[in-house]
Design a protein around this ligand. Structure first.
Ligand code: PLP
Length: 394
């Protein structure tokens, strides 16, 4: 079947696609009547499922009152939610709103380069930071090839797994010239590229390099924010981290509306008190995005949510420990509700889908990122399908 719209990141003739009828709880219902349990929250954004009443109610009420607003407008929802977000991050500063993760990264890069007055940004090869030109230029995975510009502005630094203490990263930066570097951008826990996390020593060195040389630290928490790794934000694991910018999106609204945000530290934000902030979007701080975010706060502040989250974390960990003993499983990494299973064959997303589970696969890898509030029954049924699939491919 050929469609009049594109499928993303694929040859159109080879695209994996399916006809969706509806979605409820944590399940996709297809036109043919079959149901698929979603084990990667689609692309990591639907972290609160498809029937999340607090988010839906806040958005519906917002549609009836202030449905659209000017970027210049002040309104109580905007100030209230911004304070809640700063409070949840545990940082002082300001928020710049966007409509996607790529735009969040784009704006953080613009501000960092403008304030440091140099262009180079350090980034890892095993990374994805977005699809726009600048966010793609710091991205290191296969999608980077498409950007065609700005290569000279990116300095590649080693992977934390190859540089556990950060010493090699320090060497690369010091050899290049720290004064020519505007920022280091890192996913706090790598999302779609395999759930890799640096050690405490690694992050300590990164923060020290930034402090010693005045290089800005941009943490990309587009995937690992909002409890994906079991804690509110990935960087909370290391209280010594002092990011200048934090990029957020996806679970920020549970995927109910395209939305994103950049946290800007107090001193970086103060720069714009007397300098023009040359950043902006038509749908800046959209009231429906803010309403959805307020719904997200209602969800995550609830004790029932927190207890289901911890049950789910244990269920996923138990599953990961079990499959890690299989002959065709090479390595498993799990952080809260984000897991990567490295296998010795190329798993087929389509075959797993036909068995009843939607998830993301890569070369020799299965990714898991179930909704945080999924029922134990749904999570266990979805994981059973994955386990059976792994057993069949030994
Ligand atoms: C870590 C990370 N940063 C940025 C982005 C870009 O977000 P978006 O697709 O909303 O532009 C993604 C998307 O997958 C991501 O995983």
């Amino acid at each position: 079947m050929s469609a009049d719209y594109f499928y993303t990141w694929t040859k159109q003739d080879d695209a994996f696609h399916f006809e969706m009828e509806s979605c409820f709880d944590h399940t996709l219902k297809l036109k043919d009547g079959s149901e698929k349990i979603d084990l990667t929250s689609l692309s990591y954004q639907a972290g609160f499922g498809y029937s999340c009443t607090p988010i839906i109610d806040k958005m519906s009420a917002q549609l009836q009152s202030l449905s659209i607003a000017s970027a210049k407008a002040d309104f109580s929802l905007k100030s209230r939610v911004t304070k809640m977000l700063l409070n949840e991050l545990g940082r002082q500063g300001k928020i710049f709103y966007t409509t996607s993760g790529s735009e969040s990264v784009e704006n953080a890069l613009k501000m960092a380069r403008e304030q440091r007055k140099v262009l180079t940004v350090c980034a890892r090869n095993v990374s994805y930071h977005g699809a726009t030109l600048a966010s793609l230029s710091v991205t290191g995975d296969w999608r980077n090839k498409a950007h065609k510009t700005l290569d000279d502005w990116t300095l590649r630094i080693p992977e934390p797994k190859d540089d556990p203490t950060g010493c090699e990263t320090r060497k690369v930066i010091e050899n290049y010239g720290p004064e020519k570097i505007a920022a280091i951008i890192l996913e706090t826990v790598t999302g779609g590229n395999g759930a890799f996390a640096g050690s405490e020593d690694y992050w300590n060195t990164i923060q020290n390099i930034c402090d010693e040389h005045g290089i800005y630290l941009i943490l990309d928490e587009v995937i690992c924010g909002f409890y994906r790794t079991g804690i509110a934000f990935g960087f909370h694991k290391y209280p010594f981290l002092k990011p200048d910018f934090i990029t957020l999106s996806k679970q920020i609204t549970g995927g109910y509306i395209p939305f994103g945000a950049v946290y800007v530290s107090k001193s970086r934000a103060e720069f714009y008190d007397q300098n023009v902030l040359a950043c902006g979007l038509t749908s800046y701080a959209h009231p429906l995005g803010l309403a959805a975010l307020e719904g997200v706060f209602e969800v995550i502040d609830n004790n029932e949510f927190k207890s289901q989250l911890s049950i789910n974390i244990k269920t996923l960990k138990t599953f990961c420990d079990k499959v890690s003993t299989l002959q065709n499983v090479r390595e498993v990494r799990v952080h809260g509700l984000l897991a990567a299973i490295d296998v010795s064959f190329d798993p087929s997303q389509k075959e797993i889908f036909e068995k009843g589970t939607y998830l993301l696969t890569g070369p020799q890898r299965i990714m898991l990122a179930p909704a945080l509030n999924m029922s134990t029954r749904d999570l266990e049924s979805g994981l059973k399908i994955v386990e059976d699939y792994l057993m069949e491919n030994i």
